[in-house]
Design a binder for this molecule. Structure first.
Ligand code: PEP
Length: 329
């Protein structure tokens, strides 16, 4: 019944998307049953040594070097996005603009030049886009050029996702500066408590909302997602940890779950989904599904488990049409 119910997409339940960064990963995820791609992270496309050097030159330019680096990066990104989109023809494809904590891209030399005491809370995502609009414009131009170069039947339903937006003014300024063409959606990540509280105003200006639970949870708990390892969690927190994984259980976090309810209640008619790793954990997913997101997006390894949970969720609705079968949100 669970399997059958997972196919009944007209029953309430979220769309199932995948997090994937290459055309090959996209094909794999679609083969595993993903309905589209909920987030393709552009920073992962820049991690090969050649591109990393160019990205460093763009982020921390020497005299005159940024323009050349940006031009080369734009062309490489255009080619990659064309491949992503062709792999996703007719389906949802959300490409996220650069979201560094910048230390992930720096080397020793650049570390010295770009010191941030706490890069996780520093010039991340849209903050970089506002301080360095040339970088976000380069990315948007590449993504849009790739989209428009394809014949209509090979295009995806394209969305561009802005990471680390907190205020509506940031979203409005970026929408203006990036000149997103009609037919391409602009979404925002909700990944700070402040952004979650501002869901109502963000939802009025965004085409969709994507909750980044990895960041949201680390900010709720003041617990670094990079540094917290399972063995470092004291015994009293053991129940909050996913076994064998340094991830803290989101469903055990009162503040994160409360913020997710806020997002649900204030998103209005703007679609909202969850794209953090927690949606790929079947136990957490039960609690997340009860909130009624419009979509979830998980890594390839989480797709099968998520499909089963969504099927279970729909089966419960079939068996309990009054909704008794769904855990109360
Ligand atoms: C998140 O924070 O949950 C997210 C999806 O973004 P990141 O790429 O930072 O993990």
């Amino acid at each position: 019944l669970t399997e059958a119910a997972s196919q009944l997409t007209d029953l309430p339940g979220p769309d199932l998307y995948a997090n994937a960064d290459t055309a090959e990963e996209i094909r794999t995820c679609l083969g595993l049953g993903a309905q589209g791609i909920g987030v393709a992270r552009t920073e992962h496309m820049f991690l090969a040594e050649a591109e990393l050097g160019l990205l460093r030159a763009a982020l921390w330019p020497g005299p005159g070097s940024a323009d050349q680096a940006l031009t080369t990066l734009q062309e490489r990104l255009r080619v990659r996005c064309r491949d992503l989109e062709a792999a996703c023809a007719g389906r949802k494809l959300v490409i996220r603009l650069l979201d560094p904590p910048t230390h992930e891209f720096s080397d020793d030399r650049h570390n010295v030049e770009s010191v941030e005491t706490n890069p996780m809370m520093g010039v991340r995502g849209s903050r970089l886009g506002l301080l360095r609009p040339d970088i976000y414009r380069m990315q948007t131009a590449a993504i849009v050029a790739a989209h428009q170069s394809l014949p209509e039947h090979r295009r995806a339903q394209l969305g561009i996702l802005l990471p680390f937006v907190t205020y509506r003014a940031e979203l409005r300024q970026l929408r203006r500066e990036l000149a997103i063409p009609a037919g391409v959606q602009l979404g925002v990540m909700v990944e700070t408590p402040e952004a979650a509280h501002r869901t109502g105003e963000l939802a009025e200006d965004a085409d969709f909302l994507s909750v980044g639970t990895n960041d949201l949870l680390q900010f709720c708990l003041a617990m670094s997602r990079d540094d917290v390892a399972a063995e470092l969690i004291p015994a009293y927190l053991a129940a909050a940890v996913v076994p064998g994984d340094p991830m803290v259980r989101i469903e055990e976090s009162a503040s994160a779950m409360e913020l997710l309810r806020l997002v649900r209640d204030r998103s209005g008619s703007t679609p909202w989904g969850i794209c953090g790793e927690h949606a790929g954990d079947p136990i957490a997913l039960r609690s997340l599904l009860a909130l009624g997101p419009d979509y979830i997006s998980v890594s390839a390894g989480g797709l099968a488990g998520a499909a089963i949970e969504i099927g279970r969720h729909r089966a419960a609705l079939l068996l309990e049409p009054a909704g008794v079968g769904t855990p109360g949100a």
